[in-house]
Design a protein around this ligand. Sequence first.
Ligand code: FE
Length: 202
Amino acid sequence: MKNKKITRKISQGMYVLTTKNGGCIVDAVSQISAGDHPLISVSVMKNNYTNQLLKENDKFALSVLGKDVNAEIITTFGMNSMRDINKFEKVETEEVEGVKVINDSLGYMVCEKIDSIENETHTLFIGKLIEADLFEDKEAMNYGYYQENKNDLIKVTTEKGKTAWICTICGYIYYGEELPDDFKCPKCGVDKNLFEKKESGV
Ligand code: FE
């Protein structure tokens, strides 16, 4: 492959995907048909807990993150698992059609799941839009912007003397001076060479 960076030019946004009992940050969302109730697809990593929840529930919501979103929303939904914390206790939400949506967003889309396609690493869930609202008509955060600015957007605060390692794929944070020898990301499974080191206090 000559330069895979061209894929960064695919326009993708930043969303909080929620369903009953959980949610996570996603970027691969697209509208795949038009009309009053368009179809919307979202791709979710298979070993993400939200993927499991989506298989058990028939509705999901996408809250669209604005460019000036509070970074806590990204760290809460993108860098933690509901297996460890209750994400809904950390951010303000409201319930629409039985699914929680994020108040600090530009708006939401609630979909009824109608299909799903499995591939090697991800599941593509397809839903029909049943409810939607626009809270604020401002610029959305796109994935390319997030990738370029994530070091400023998300300041990892470590305890004094502690070093953090961040998974560049899923955002999982490991605290410690060195990563253990055969370490793999517990959230997305990638090797330790895909972790970036952050010195303490950065
Ligand atoms: Fe990871």
